[in-house]
Design a protein around this ligand. Sequence first.
Ligand code: ATP
Ligand code: SF4
Ligand code: MG
Length: 365
Amino acid sequence: MIEAAPLVQVRDLVKHFPVRGGILQRTVGWVQAVDGVSFEVRRGETLGLVGESGCGKTTVGRLLLRLIEPTSGSIRFDGVELTELKGAALRPYRRRMQIIFQDPYASLDPRTPIGDSIGEGLRIHSLGNGAERRQKVRRMMDLVGLMPYHARRYPHEFSGGQRQRIGIARALVLEPDLVVCDEPVSALDVSIQAQVLNLLNQLQRELGLTYVFVAHNMGVVEHISDRVAVMYLGRIAELADRRELFRHQEHPYTQALMSAIPIPNPELRRQRVILRGDVPSPVNPPSGCRFHPRCQLRQELGGPAICADLTPPLIELGGGHLCACHFRGAGAEAGTRAASEAAERAAATSPAGMAPSRVTSASGS
Ligand SMILES: Nc1ncnc2c1ncn2[C@@H]1O[C@H](COP(=O)(O)OP(=O)(O)OP(=O)(O)O)[C@@H](O)[C@H]1O
Ligand code: SF4
Ligand SMILES: [Mg+2]
């Protein structure tokens, strides 16, 4: 059951990685992987995090789990500010937040039987005695659909789908509250994808889990998410309830991602919005709205300057639907009006009438 109270609250989260160069390996630039992201994850829900490759999804997941240090911003977990915790104070929270990777093979030791790998976290966190740990591992293997005799086998003896079940068991044996699922089905055959998604859904209900589910494909998040956050180049472009978002997209980037989902009925055709070019480099991202060089709406509106000059804030449109576009949902006619409104907003929020270089505001609820 989803509770209104958030388990996780993220505010203005920033992660810039240094780019090093030259013989002395000096910092010559910064990868702006995550640049001012705010959202909440409610207890018991699945928040889908979707966007093209390199837009910062994995970095957000790793920041949530404190696997990497944020450059700035706040991450509150169950009311506690995680960014201020270190060492022993952070340990109990590490157990309560786990991650499932795209490729579980990479995180499994090829020389360790999978029963021992699944129980590794229990040993690290000194949870229970040997017999209790073995019992927990057996129960978890049963829950994810592995047989008891599998415990003595090695990772190479399993199929891709089974290995992902091992990865899920490894994460869930620690009885976490939050699980970051980082593209857990992207490497699997389509037939196996549905099985693993169903398993994740079933485990969420049985164990009361909260998921952040990372994917680059809208079709996958549709089947598992309660709400969806769409990321583009380190920022959130749109965030809404899943049903609302699949009915009605406000941001041109979301519209483009949505138009790429195949429709099974050959009688029906969706108007495909082709995204021009690749995602620009996060080392030197476009000014203003980072999507502006690829935005079809901006092109239709005659290339308004405000898109390149001013970062659109993430604005609540009502009912928990947030969107960061100066012309959200606008056609060509509405464009001029929306441009002057956006310019007025910019003048009002900037003290000397200057356009702020970065505006981020959000309530993820
Ligand atoms: N440790 C690091 N050092 C430098 N740059 C990094 C590091 N980790 C990630 N990046 C960069 O940050 C950006 C975001 O990466 P991230 O892995 O979060 O993207 P993603 O949305 O998960 O992409 P994908 O869908 O391909 O997994 C990328 O440009 C990536 O190269
Ligand atoms: S702000 Fe401009 S460039 Fe950005 S999504 Fe909206 S219309 Fe496109
Ligand atoms: Mg990733």
